[in-house]
Design a protein around this ligand. Structure first.
Ligand SMILES: Cc1cc2nc3c(=O)[nH]c(=O)nc-3n(C[C@H](O)[C@H](O)[C@H](O)COP(=O)(O)OP(=O)(O)OC[C@H]3O[C@@H](n4cnc5c(N)ncnc54)[C@H](O)[C@@H]3O)c2cc1C
Length: 385
């Protein structure tokens, strides 16, 4: 007998943090018969390979409204899931070294205040207080989010998986989707191995492979797969308090409870579906660490790894129904999809269950490029054009 059901209310393609969060929220809203299919192993995608940094504020109102909501969801996540995702509200700082970034951060402070995200400007003394080991002479501007932080990936992934299963969601790893069938202008079934699951709706949450999944349904999804890399240093005494985005270096980092400094830099990449790591990115990251935290100069690199993202034309997520095929839903295009997962699950769950699109999700509609409405965001650490 097959381990898959013959029919499902919703088939979610991808069991990363996005897929699990959406599946959980669908079940929470009373939708039974949700099935999650993942081609790989638990935590095998970007959700088990990321920097684990979480923040609510960016430089645009659209990103700030959405991620501010998701940050709030992170803060309540243990209660919502009934399992501990180990979110540590240790704060998050955005650091600038150029006048351009100072201007961006100044504008961002105003946007945060207008959209309910708590942030504050840090002067030199404030920077030295929370980051005593930083090369403070390089820092010309900084802001701090009280409610940002980190969560080690295994914890929310385990919490979401357990919460999904407790609510009757079937989650299957090692289950590659090879077809999405359509009928009368709607997504009607999903093919996995020799099996076919009839579905009332299909949700693509396949990370870097989301455009490929859309193709299976005969539609397109803007963007391309891209590799990014991260590394961990050997443990040292605590020297980095909050999670950090070093905006002018395209770098992010934090220090784990074990004392390892984890993070990476972004470099311009061509579309590349690969998990291979490169020496230039590793040495580039080491250079940033050394210049910004000279005390790290003698610390050894312990691990270095790659992960893949789906990069959309404006680097923002693609959220909601696909405009060209009924009953096909999307949560893709994620570069900050770890931060954004609890919020995306909540708002996609609401939209699929009630048909209502929340205002915080609407700017990220899948068809925004066709309508000439990309969302411009300058507060991201990503090698943009
Ligand atoms: C090095 C690195 C650092 C990062 N740092 C941060 C950070 O600090 N903060 C932050 O917010 N974000 C960060 N991100 C981004 C974040 O990890 C992603 O945006 C997020 O994990 C996306 O979640 P997802 O569930 O969409 O994708 P994934 O976790 O990649 O899950 C997609 C799943 O789809 C499955 N799949 C693919 N094809 C098929 C198929 N044919 N059938 C079935 N399943 C399929 C895959 O097996 C995979 O498990 C980082 C990413 C990387 C790589």
């Amino acid at each position: 007998m097959s381990r898959y059901p013959k029919r499902a209310s919703v088939v979610v393609i991808g069991g990363g943090i996005q897929g699990l969060s959406c599946a959980f929220n669908l079940a929470l809203r009373g939708i039974g018969g949700v099935v999650v299919l993942d081609a790989g192993y638990w935590q095998g995608g970007a959700s088990g390979r990321n920097g684990t940094l979480i923040r609510g504020g960016f430089a645009s109102p659209e990103w700030t409204r959405f991620f501010g909501h998701s940050n709030q969801c992170w803060m309540n996540l243990a209660k919502t899931l009934g399992h501990n995702p180990m979110f540590t509200r240790r704060g998050y700082a955005m650091i600038g070294e150029t006048p351009k970034t100072a201007a961006m951060l100044e504008g961002a402070l105003k946007i945060h205040a207008e959209n309910g995200v708590i942030s504050r400007r840090l002067d030199g003394g404030g920077v030295r207080q929370i980051l005593p080991a930083i090369a403070a002479e390089r820092v010309t501007s900084a802001i701090h989010f009280r409610d940002g932080g980190v969560a080690p990936h295994h914890a929310p992934m385990k919490a979401y998986l357990a919460a999904c299963r407790a609510r009757g969601v079937q989650v299957h790893y090692r289950s590659k989707v090879t077809g999405i069938e359509t009928e009368n202008g709607r997504a009607s079934a999903v093919v996995v191995g020799d099996h076919r699951i009839d579905a009332d709706a299909v949700l693509i949450a396949a990370g870097a492979f989301s455009p490929e999944m859309a193709k299976l349904a005969g539609v397109t999804l803007a963007g391309y797969p891209m590799r990014i890399e991260a590394m961990a240093l050997e443990p040292t005494r605590p020297m980095i308090g909050p999670a950090l985005a070093l905006i002018d270096r395209l770098a992010y980092m934090h220090q784990t409870g074990r004392g390892e400094v984890v993070g990476g830099i972004e470099v311009p990449e061509r579309p590349r579906p690969s998990l291979k790591t490169d020496l230039p990115v590793m040495t580039g990251t080491a250079k940033v660490y050394f210049e910004m935290f000279p005390a790290l100069a003698q610390v050894r690199i312990m691990r270095h790894w790659g992960g893949m993202l789906h990069i959309s034309p404006d680097y923002g997520p693609l959220l909601g129904p696909h405009p060209a095929l009924r009953d096909l839903w999307i949560t893709a295009g994620w570069s900050y999809g770890y931060s954004g997962a609890p919020g995306a699950g909540d708002l996609i769950g609401k939209a699929m269950a009630t048909g209502q699109t929340d205002d915080r999700m609407a700017p990220f509609a899948v068809d925004r490029f066709d309508r000439g409405k990309p969302v411009r965001e300058l507060g991201i650490v990503l090698a943009t054009d």
